[in-house]
Design a protein around this ligand. Structure first.
Ligand code: IPM
Ligand code: MG
Length: 360
């Protein structure tokens, strides 16, 4: 049976970058992959058409899909919306929550060709290969109660940072298994010196480690982890952390690799269904100008092939194609430097397509 892929371009640069990734998906189909593609609206695009960042029709299509490819959501046009429930970001968070996509994989891999593009010295980042496992459907992003209300004559804003043992355990298992497949080292990041919720987090990780004797577990406070990521990032193999810490640390880790425009992500539920998206945002300031880097989205297709569609050979073929294009010296604006050839979003996508097709 054909597998269904829902494409949700979203806002800002979302449509341009997903268009390039769809070229690669079509090339995979030409190469024999049995897939059907559908398209839907989410984020600001969903709000403009249906007054909802996550239209019911989109959610239904998402539930029925094997995998979702998402561009990015958000932009200044919708930032003024008073009702936070109508903001584009709610479309993304709603998809994650409704599909129970609790396991977010964010690899930070430095392509050797891009060592120059990193803001850190080449010796600090060369060979960098980290996997951040971020919990995606709990923590302070979703905790109740939340809101802004009047108390004693002044407005107060509040959110709740909450994790159950079961939530910690299931993301912990994803991370331990990931470490087993990699270099056997797992660093759990928390703030157990201050926050009870992360004391429990640490306790559960400790307990789980008995089931994975081949994985070396360590713990680090989040402030130190932020520092270590820019001081000596190669000490990390797999990092596991909660929703908000993972959001922040993954942006920092992304930049080590030269550009956040290079980093894909996967968000998985217990059935292997997944949503795949670049780690970067909708970059409204450069939308529509052909400046965006489509590689993170193209590499997200590779993750989709690996984690949901079980097509490792095709995933590797895409990753090799990206490597070839970087070898040729082609660079979008975010990763360009002297001696390389600056190309547009579409030129980059076409070059990857050509390099993909050239491999048989
Ligand atoms: C991310 C993004 C989202 C998040 C935003 C757009 C809601 O920053 O995927 O990292 O905070 O999770
Ligand atoms: Mg983020």
């Amino acid at each position: 049976m054909s597998r269904k892929i829902l494409v949700l371009p979203g806002d800002g640069i979302g449509p341009e970058i997903t268009a390039e990734a769809v070229k690669i998906l079509n090339a995979c189909r030409d190469a024999g992959l049995d897939i059907v593609l559908e398209e839907g609206l989410v984020g600001g695009a969903g709000f403009d058409a249906f007054d909802e960042p996550l239209p019911a029709e989109t959610l239904d299509m998402a539930k029925a899909a094997d995998a979702i490819l998402l561009g990015a959501v958000g932009g200044p046009k919708w930032d003024k919306l008073e009702d936070i429930g109508k903001r584009p970001e709610k479309g993304l968070l709603g998809l994650r929550k409704n599909l129970n996509l609790f396991g977010n994989l964010r690899p930070a891999l430095l392509y050797p060709q891009l060592a120059e593009a990193s803001s850190l010295k080449p010796e600090v980042v060369s060979g960098l290969d980290i996997m951040i496992v971020r919990e995606l459907t709990g923590g302070i992003y979703f905790g109740q109660p939340r809101g802004i209300e009047e108390r004693d004559g002044q407005r107060v804003g509040f959110n709740t940072y909450v994790y159950s043992e079961a939530e910690i355990e299931r993301i912990g298992r994803v991370a331990f298994e990931m470490a087993q497949k990699r270099n056997g080292r797992l660093c759990s990041v928390d703030k157990a010196n201050v926050l009870e919720v992360t004391m429990l987090w640490r306790e559960v990780m400790e307990r789980l480690s008995a089931d994975y004797p081949d994985v070396e577990l360590s713990h680090m406070y989040v402030d130190n982890a932020a520092m270590q990521l820019v001081r000596a990032p190669k000490q990390f193999d797999v990092i596991v952390t909660g929703n908000m810490f993972g959001d922040i640390l993954s942006d920092a880790a992304a930049m080590l690799t030269g550009s956040i425009g290079m980093l894909p992500s996967a968000s998985l539920n217990e059935n292997g269904q997944g949503m795949y998206e670049p780690c970067h945002g909708s970059a409204p300031d450069i939308a529509g100008q052909g400046l965006a880097n489509p590689l993170a989205t193209i590499l997200s297709v590779a993750m989709m092939l690996r984690y949901t569609l079980n097509e490792t050979a095709l995933a590797e073929r895409i990753e090799r194609a990206v490597g070839n294009v970087l070898d040729q010296g082609l660079r979008t604006a975010d990763i360009a430097y002297a001696g390389t050839r600056k190309v547009t979003t579409a030129e980059m996508g076409d070059a990857v397509l050509e390099a993909f097709r050239a491999q048989r």
